[in-house]
Design a protein around this ligand. Structure first.
Ligand code: 5GP
Length: 114
């Protein structure tokens, strides 16, 4: 079964895509937690951070340069932003297709509660 994000990558279900290339796709989160909330996903469906392999390193690194470019495009680079990758239950992962959250556009507060 393709993941929800694979269907977005394939443009089988709608999403507000802000970037797409041969390795990654970036689109706005359907439930934004900040003024800017973009998800950057590898086109290849890696389920979780536990499943990355050495062959994924170029794609994972590319996710950072895409995040940098989107932050610039969104006008939040200078003020700053947060990049988050959740893994499994304790990380609060809901969609099992690895993704980087790019959140910003306002002060985000402490990184973790407590
Ligand atoms: P996670 O908790 O797995 O790190 O984050 C999953 C994210 O995917 C959540 O922020 C959630 O709002 C977002 N999301 C879930 N379903 C959809 C969808 O159908 N479209 C978009 N654009 N985002 C989604």
């Amino acid at each position: 079964m393709p993941t929800l994000f694979e269907k977005i990558v394939a443009r089988e279900i709608p999403a507000d895509i802000v970037h797409q290339d041969d390795r990654v796709t970036a689109f706005r989160d359907i439930q934004p937690r900040a003024p800017v909330h973009v998800l950057i996903v590898p086109n290849k469906p890696i389920p979780t951070a536990n499943d990355v392999v050495a062959a994924d390193e170029a794609t994972l690194g590319h996710m950072f340069t895409v995040a940098r470019d989107i932050a610039r495009q969104e006008g939040i680079a200078a003020d700053g932003y947060r990049l988050i990758v959740n893994c499994n239950e304790h990380g609060g992962q809901e969609v099992f297709h690895l993704h980087m959250h790019l959140v910003g556009g306002a002060p985000l507060g402490p990184m973790l509660r407590g």
